[in-house]
Design a protein around this ligand. Structure first.
Ligand code: PLP
Length: 411
C-alpha cells in the first residue's frame, strides 16, 4: 500500500503510482489475456502492436500533438538524442541547402544548465567543421557569474541565420532551472515575458529546426508552442514510466532520407538513430523496450482518467507552490537558501541548500526518519534537490513541506 512505501523524491528513475505497479505485475504474468507475460511476448504480436498504437494515441491526445508531427519511440535516452538530433537535422539541412559548405551550417545551443551543457558538448563532437554557437548563456546572468541559476533574458539571444538546429533544455534537472510555460513570449504591448523561450525572435515564415529537450518535464503540463518545434524528446523515467523508453515528437519535415543526404556529403546516420527508420517501421524496426512501453502505457491511461495535462498542470502547480512556500519561509529565517533566481524556478526539481555546519546531514536524516528519500542534491551542485514528478501526490508534497517547517522551527 501507499503508506508502506518510502516517498521517493529522487530525480530519476523516480516514483511510479502504486496502482500502476500493481496492475503491471498482472501484465508481467498475463498480457492482454494472451496467457503470455509482457516481458515475454513478441513485439510483433497483434496484441503488442495494438498496445503500442494506443500508447501513441494517448500521448497525441493528451498533448494535442498535431498531424504535422509524428510520435516515435526509441531507446538510448536523452543522451542518445544529443547525437541523433544533430545527425538527423544535419541530413535535413544538407537536403535543404545542398550547396552550402559545412562551415556555413551552424548549430545553436541555449545554455541554461548542466544538461544543455552536455548537449552542446556532444554537438561539438558531432559537428565536424560546422560552427557550434552558444545562442544564449544563463551563467552570464547568474548570482556568481558561473552557476546556472536563471533563464537568460530575451535580449541576450543571438540565433544564426538558417541554423541546422536550435537546442534548448526546457527543464534543467540538475540545476532546477526551467522555462516558463506561457505560450506567448511577449505581452500585448510587445514587451518580453522574461523566463519564457523567446519564440517571437524566431522567423515566422520558415519551419524552424527548434529542438526541445523535455526529459524531465514531459507530460507534467502542456507544452507551449508544441507545433513550432522540430523535435521534442524525453526519456520516460521521470514522469511517465521506467527507464529504457525514449519518446520523440518529430515534425514531419525533419524525417528525412538520411542516405540521400549522405550521398550529398552529409554524415551517415546509424540506422537505428534515423528518424525515418523509426517512422517507416512504426517504431519497431528492431525490438523496442516492451516492458517500459507497457508500464508507460498504464501511466498514460491513468493520466487520461485523471484529466490529462489540465489535471497535472493544476496538481503540479500546487505541489510546487507548497514546497517553494516552505523554502521561502526557511530563507526568511536563515535556514534554507534557494539556488535559483526568482522567475526561473523549476516545478519539477527544487534545488536549495540548508545553511550552517552539519545542517544538511541533520535535514537529510530527519527526512529519512520520516520515510522520505532521494532529496540529496546532485554532486555537481550540492545541497538538496526535491523532485516533484507526476507520481508525487499533493499529500506527499504537503508532508515534505510540513517537515521543512518543523526543521525551520527547530533551528
Ligand atoms: N536531458 C535532461 C534534461 C535530463 O534530465 C537527462 C537525464 O536526467 C538527460 C537529458 C539524459 O537522459 P538519459 O539519462 O535518459 O540519457
Amino acid at each position: 500500500t501507499e503508506s508502506s512505501r518510502i516517498i521517493n523524491f529522487g530525480a530519476g528513475p523516480s516514483a511510479l503510482p502504486d496502482s500502476v505497479l500493481e496492475e503491471a505485475t498482472k501484465g508481467l504474468l498475463n498480457f492482454d489475456n494472451t496467457g503470455i507475460g509482457i516481458a515475454e511476448i513478441s513485439h510483433r504480436s497483434p496484441e503488442f502492436t495494438s498496445y503500442l498504437s494506443s500508447v501513441e494515441a494517448l500521448i497525441r491526445s493528451q498533448l494535442s500533438v498535431p498531424t504535422t508531427h509524428s510520435i516515435l519511440f526509441t531507446q538510448g535516452g536523452g543522451t542518445a538524442q544529443f547525437s541523433a538530433v544533430v545527425l538527423n537535422l544535419l541530413a535535413r539541412h544538407r537536403l535543404l541547402f545542398p550547396d552550402l559548405k559545412d562551415e556555413e551550417r551552424n548549430l545553436d545551443y541555449v545554455l541554461t544548465g548542466s544538461w544543455s551543457k552536455s548537449a552542446h558538448k556532444e554537438g561539438l563532437r558531432m559537428a565536424g567543421k560546422h560552427q557550434v554557437n552558444v545562442a544564449a548563456d544563463g551563467r552570464i546572468y547568474s548570482k556568481d557569474s558561473k552557476s546556472f541559476d536563471i533563464i537568460p533574458p530575451h535580449e541576450s539571444y543571438k540565433f544564426s541565420k538558417d541554423p541546422v538546429l536550435i537546442y534548448y533544455c526546457e527543464n534543467e534537472t540538475v540545476n532546477g532551472v526551467q522555462f516558463k510555460h506561457d505560450s506567448e513570449s511577449i505581452d500585448k504591448e510587445g514587451k518580453s515575458i522574461e523566463g519564457t523561450f523567446p519564440f517571437h525572435l524566431l522567423p515566422k515564415d520558415k519551419l524552424v529546426p527548434l529542438v526541445g529537450d523535455y526529459s524531465s518535464s514531459f507530460m507534467s503540463r502542456p507544452i507551449p508552442r508544441l507545433a513550432d518545434h522540430a523535435v521534442i524528446y524525453a526519456g520516460a523515467q521521470k514522469n511517465i514510466g521506467p527507464a529504457g523508453l525514449t519518446i520523440l515528437i518529430v515534425r514531419n519535415d525533419c524525417i528525412v532520407d538520411v542516405d540521400a543526404a549522405a550521398a550529398l556529403g552529409a554524415q551517415p546516420v546509424p540506422v537505428t538513430m534515423s528518424y525515418k527508420t523509426l517512422a517507416d517501421n512504426q517504431s519497431a524496426y528492431n525490438t523496442p523496450p516492451v516492458l517500459a512501453i507497457y508500464i508507460s502505457g498504464l501511466v498514460l491511461k491513468r493520466n487520461a482518467e485523471l484529466g490529462g495535462m489540465e489535471y497535472y498542470e493544476k496538481v503540479n502547480r500546487r505541489k510546487m507552490q507548497t514546497v517553494y512556500g516552505a523554502l521561502r519561509e526557511g530563507e526568511e529565517k536563515g535556514v534554507f537558501r534557494g539556488h535559483v533566481q526568482p522567475g526561473s524556478e523549476s516545478w519539477m526539481n527544487v534545488v536549495f541548500v540548508v545553511l550552517g555546519e552539519g545542517k544538511e546531514k541533520a535535514f537529510l536524516k530527519g527526512a529519512e526518519e520520516r520515510g522520505m528519500s532521494g532529496i540529496k542534491g546532485h554532486r555537481s551542485v550540492g545541497g538538496m534537490r526535491v523532485s516533484l514528478y507526476n507520481a508525487i501526490t499533493e499529500e506527499q508534497a504537503d508532508k515534505l513541506a510540513a517537515y521543512m517547517r518543523e526543521f525551520i522551527a527547530s533551528q
